[in-house]
Ligand binder design. Sequence first.
Ligand code: SAH
Length: 216
Amino acid sequence: MNVIEEMIPVVEHLKRAGYIKNEKVIQALLKVPREEFLPEELKKYAYIDTPLSIGYGQTISAIHIIGMMCEALDLKEGQKVLEVGTGSGYHAAVVAEIVGKDGLVVTIERIPQLAERARKTLKRLGYDNVIVVCGDGTLGYPPLSPYDRIYVTAAGPKIPKPLIDQLKDRGKLVAPVGKDIQELILLEKRGNKIFKKKLGQVAFVPLIGEEGWKEY
Ligand code: SAH
């Protein structure tokens, strides 16, 4: 398998720091070219574990955050996953590597220019198992629901109810919640029961929409 040389030390660090251990997550991070999702002038920082600007006031998440979210979601081959907050499309590509050709990633972005750019990048790189939708992801995406896994890459005041409704039984959802101080929450649905666990403090851009912040 082709691996991105510059990503090897980053992944080794994330393994040592305890962020990642799942072999599928490790292989996916080593495979997706992060520079392809960045504006020209920032490509040189692609393999530094930091968030970077992608325009329109938005950011691509730091690499350890993506690794940590993929671990918590316990992703499996063949799953159907919903992402809220496409941004650059990088996180969606990492998840697409893990769920594979029999899986599907549906990703929603509210800023049309970002949705269009991510769609083009993902297509150019051959990610046929990703569908980019432009719209308000706080409402989920009912046409392709229910989902095995859902994750949100922007922080809202609460976990949007439509997302919990569109999660399969025994499904898992990861989302940051809060304004100044945000907690990354892992939610699991079992029958009519919901279990929540705090994964730690994080800093994401705001989730803006009907079930998110109305304005920021
Ligand atoms: N996963 C991204 C990170 C993007 S930052 C990546 O890998 O690059 C979060 C994104 O969520 C931003 O692009 C922002 O525009 C988007 N966003 C915020 N509120 C949203 C909503 N209600 N629906 C869809 N996208 C939203």
